[in-house]
Design a protein around this ligand. Structure first.
Ligand SMILES: NC(=O)C1=CN([C@@H]2O[C@H](COP(=O)(O)OP(=O)(O)OC[C@H]3O[C@@H](n4cnc5c(N)ncnc54)[C@H](O)[C@@H]3O)[C@@H](O)[C@H]2O)C=CC1
Ligand SMILES: O=C(O)CCC(=O)C(=O)O
Length: 469
């Protein structure tokens, strides 16, 4: 491929950008820096080809909520522009910043609602540098052709270890003893302080975290029972119970590890506290919507519940700082903080060096692979499609990435458009209303690219197109 040819390809892509003022069209912008990368890209052969019709330097990534430095390093290695912020942004600022970025990395606080995402004209991909993805409107993102990735288990162990610490701390009232001594009070007591050996731990949600907790808890001599909406193989000697009520009736400690869904909203409220054993303890490191805190406060004041550890809240401050955890944020805050044997932590279940470092690597790799190659393995709202990287000696080969509505007849139309070329590989899959086709087509010259793009762009089912070469 000559420099002249590439110049023309750039022109073809520029055309795509012009069309791209409508959401979902080609969203990368070639610039002069694209030309600067040519000698390196074209002189290397027999190596994996970097599929970019644009300079990596044109890719803009917004990273919020102190995403780990391992991710910044990965993105900078790719040559992307990284805009890093320690905290979450207020919605107005987020809307302003999201307008022209190609990727965004968040943790649990940033709410990527339809209202925010509709301003994101160039956004191709969202990285949740955490497990939970409830903070993103996944369906809306998919309908706009925006793929979402997360890290499904890199912080599971950290959460399970925190819960183990809390089980013992609640049983021994460690939080209270520590606060007392910090303020000069010596209070040596054994009343209502217990060993955990032989007690029953009830785990609600036996997924990655719940099952890890189960193993750790049994090694300390706890009996484990669990409740889950699906039947899951028990680890060790744990036993699945058929109803939530049975678990609540039997457990001395109840720990929640379910996702935020409409079904889990206020899953533990006044009737559930009433079903728990007198003097039981509750731990919530899942999501703040799962436990109704006003009911918890009432159950603790009535001495029904002997202690609680909370890591998550319905509303959480956007960034670290004094004074932000207040009644203004959640109306019950003053009541909650005045209770004894309540451990409150600022959503740190997954906040360990080990977890954050591996999440940073995992999610930034997934985002880079999607941006550079189109691979969606691990995406949570998209069909998972992947093709092997192209080699440098596969000149005149173009990778077509076509995100479309999942309706009958689309492949016929698309393959008709591609039919003048050899389709070397093709992989297509659907998920709900969205489908994704990846195809590597050979014997393509620069004028073909422009034509292919324009023809695909005219198809009714199109959501978003990228052509990589
Ligand atoms: N505090 C923190 O820093 C962290 C909190 N989390 C939260 O923990 C949650 C759980 O994480 P994982 O164990 O990795 O998720 P997972 O997806 O591996 O497991 C969740 C389990 O909950 C079950 N489940 C779903 N709905 C249920 C219902 N209505 N009743 C009973 N069981 C139900 C599922 O079947 C599944 O087995 C995440 O969704 C996230 O919200 C995750 C990581 C860190
Ligand atoms: O570490 C974080 O910011 C969020 C942890 C969490 O809740 C998750 O991974 O779902």
């Amino acid at each position: 491929m000559s420099y002249q040819n590439i110049d023309n390809l750039q022109g073809a892509f520029q055309h795509g950008v012009n069309l791209g003022s409508s959401p979902g069209a080609v969203s990368t912008s070639p610039t002069q820096s694209f030309m600067n990368t040519l000698p390196r890209r074209l002189s290397v052969s027999k190596q994996q080809k970097v599929l970019k019709p644009f300079s990596t330097g044109d890719i803009k990534i917004l990273l919020l909520e102190n995403v780990n430095k391992t991710a910044i390093a990965t993105f900078k290695d790719q040559g992307y522009q990284v805009d890093f912020h320690k905290g979450a942004l207020p919605e107005e600022e987020l809307i302003e910043k999201i307008k022209d970025v190609h990727a965004i990395g968040i943790r649990s606080k940033t709410k990527l609602t339809a209202n925010v995402l509709k301003h994101a004209k160039n956004l191709e991909v969202i990285g949740c540098f955490c497990i939970g993805t409830n903070q993103v409107d996944l369906e809306y993102a998919a309908s706009r052709g925006i793929a979402v990735f997360n890290s499904p288990f890199s912080n599971s162990r950290s959460v399970a270890e925190l819960v183990i610490a809390e089980i013992i701390s609640l049983a021994r009232q460690l939080g209270d003893r520590s606060i007392e001594l910090h303020t000069g009070t010596w209070n040596k007591v054994s009343a209502k302080c217990w060993e955990v050996r032989g007690k029953t731990l009830g785990i609600i949600g036996y997924g990655h975290i719940g099952s890890q907790l189960s193993v750790l808890a049994e090694s300390m001599g706890l009996h484990v029972i669990y409740y889950d909406i699906v039947t899951i193989m028990a680890l060790g000697t744990a036993k699945q119970v058929p109803t939530l009520n049975e678990l609540l009736n039997k457990a001395d400690f109840v720990s929640l590890h379910v996702p935020e869904t409409p079904e889990t909203k206020n899953m533990i409220s006044a009737p559930q506290f009433a079903s728990m054993k007198d003097g039981a303890y509750i731990i919530n490191a899942s999501r703040g919507t799962v436990v109704d805190i006003a009911s918890l406060v009432a159950a603790m004041k009535a001495k029904k519940i002997a202690g609680a550890a909370l890591d998550v809240y319905p509303n959480e401050p956007a960034k670290n700082g004094a004074g932000s955890f207040s009644n203004e944020l959640n109306s019950w805050t003053n009541d909650l903080v005045s209770l004894t044997n309540v451990i409150l932590t600022p959503h740190i279940g997954g906040s360990t060096e080990e977890a954050q470092s591996s999440i940073g690597i995992e999610v930034s790799d997934a985002l880079s692979k999607y941006i550079n190659e189109g691979n969606t393995v691990g995406a949570v709202n998209f069909p998972e499609v992947s093709l092997k990287a192209l080699d440098y000696d596969q000149e005149n080969t173009v990778r077509v990435l076509y995100i479309h509505k999942n309706v009958p007849g689309v492949l016929k139309v698309v393959n008709n458009i591609l039919s003048n070329h050899n389709i070397e590989k093709q992989y297509s899959d659907s998920r709900g209303e969205i489908a994704y086709l990846m195809a590597d087509i050979s014997s393509v010259n620069q004028s073909d690219i422009k034509e292919i793009y324009e023809d695909l762009n005219k198809t009714d089912a199109k959501i978003s197109i990228r052509l990589l070469y």
